[in-house]
Design a protein around this ligand. Structure first.
Ligand SMILES: [Zn+2]
Length: 407
């Protein structure tokens, strides 16, 4: 039986609309994005050149920049702040990696060359809910846009908007509202299903579960990949040395990034749908705590792994887990594919061996045996150590704050 004793309760929610306006307005957005990039890179340089520069110093520096440059001053102050905070986050991440002595690259903060967005906090924008319009009110003269999207704007209040982000993509300009909502206000909670499931993500199947079913990996990517490669080749052929590129190159580049976007959206949709279904039909979902980054280093497997979109899948499982108050547990992937689910004996097998056969008489598909082991790991012997695990952030980057007790 499962008791959920923790309380969760704020959830971040993103709503996205396409921005419809005039060419001049889009240029003004580009200009704002360039300014954000300018601020970010200036902050980074300031940190590199200085000694013991802290976050407060960076804030002060931004204030100075606003005095010094008219075009920085024209940008909404919270957007400047945001650029500064981003820089600081990447610096902190770098410090943390050094401190934890992680192997390989430490993620030294980079100068940004292709910033695609800017973010506003509580000021610099104004929503007109009836007309479904948003106006940007800082000195960059961006003006008012029509918001294209299905979701009604009355769905949320201004105070629930944590951030407004304007993003430039290959197929247009978008406005995202980052909402901070209380789960209980928005989500009808699901009834307990009294079912648990363990899932094993793999190369042959998108995942196999402990009930013995498998979900096939979607092939869009590989199908689209051919086309993608062709577009990429065309793009490279038209590339010229030097800075000035022909219209044909720009066109080819645009086609390529559009296709790329399409493929990644398809992948994300697939992962999202499967994750939602898992969460809706189970009280507990157990999966492996895979470090996809490490796996991807093996380049031969990399394509399939990226393709299968595991990390997106996990992100969505954890997201829906929080949203619907279901338990999601990441277990260590050690031995899950070699141990016999029936008797526990360790049976080594290479990747090509698809069936688990044990001397105890147990015989099962290799991935389903693994899924069963994953569920077993998640539901036994963890009770005392859970809060500790939470401290160590064993939940990965999940926003999940559930604490569970299993008997
Ligand atoms: Zn056995």
């Amino acid at each position: 039986m499962i008791y959920v004793v923790g309380r969760l309760r704020k959830i971040m929610f993103v709503l996205e609309y396409k921005l419809k306006g005039k060419a001049k307005q889009y240029q003004a957005i580009d200009e704002s994005i360039r300014t954000v990039q300018f601020v970010r890179n200036k902050c980074l340089r300031y940190w590199e050149d200085g000694q013991n520069i802290g976050q407060k110093d960076l804030y002060r520096y931004v204030t100075q920049l606003r005095k010094e440059f008219e075009f920085v001053k024209a940008l909404n102050s919270t957007a400047c702040q945001q650029a500064c905070e981003r820089t600081w986050t990447s610096i902190l991440k770098f410090y943390a990696n050094c401190k934890n002595k992680i192997q390989g690259k430490k993620g030294y903060p980079k100068y940004s060359k292709s910033t695609r967005s800017f973010e506003l906090k509580q000021s610099g924008w104004k929503l007109d809910r009836d007309a479904k319009k948003i106006a940007f009110t800082d000195g960059k003269n961006i003006g008012e846009f029509k918001l294209i999207g299905s979701r009604d704007l009355y769905y949320f209040q201004d105070f629930q908007i944590n951030r407004v982000r304007v993003v430039k993509r290959a197929d247009g300009y978008f406005c995202q509202f980052l909402l901070k909502l209380d789960v209980r206000d928005i989500v009808p909670q699901l009834k307990p299903t009294q079912k648990c499931v363990g899932i094993d993500v793999g190369l042959k199947y998108f995942y196999s579960d402990s009930n013995g079913s498998t979900i096939v990996t979607p092939n869009y990517y590989r199908k689209s990949e051919k086309r993608l490669k062709k577009l990429n080749r065309r793009k490279s052929k038209k590339f010229k040395k030097g800075n000035l590129q022909s219209n044909n190159y720009i066109k080819a580049k645009k086609q390529y990034s559009k296709r790329h976007l399409k493929v990644s959206r398809q992948r994300e949709e697939f992962a999202k749908e499967k994750a939602l279904r898992l969460i809706q039909s189970n009280d507990l979902v157990a999966y492996e705590d895979l470090k996809v980054k490490n796996l991807v280093r093996n380049s031969k497997l990399a394509k399939s792994i990226n393709d299968a979109a595991w990390s997106q899948f996990r992100k969505w499982i954890e997201y829906f887990g929080v949203k619907y108050s279901r338990l999601t547990i990441a277990v260590s992937p050690q031995y899950t594919s070699v141990d016999c689910f029936n008797c526990g004996k360790r049976i080594k097998k290479s990747l090509s061996v698809r069936t688990h056969v044990c001397e105890c008489g147990y015989c099962e598909d290799r991935d389903i045996n693994a899924a069963l082991n994953i569920l077993k790991k998640a539901t036994t012997g963890h009770v005392g150590s859970w809060s500790e695990q939470l401290d160590r952030n064993a939940w990965g980057e999940s926003t999940s704050t559930l604490i569970g007790v299993i008997q």
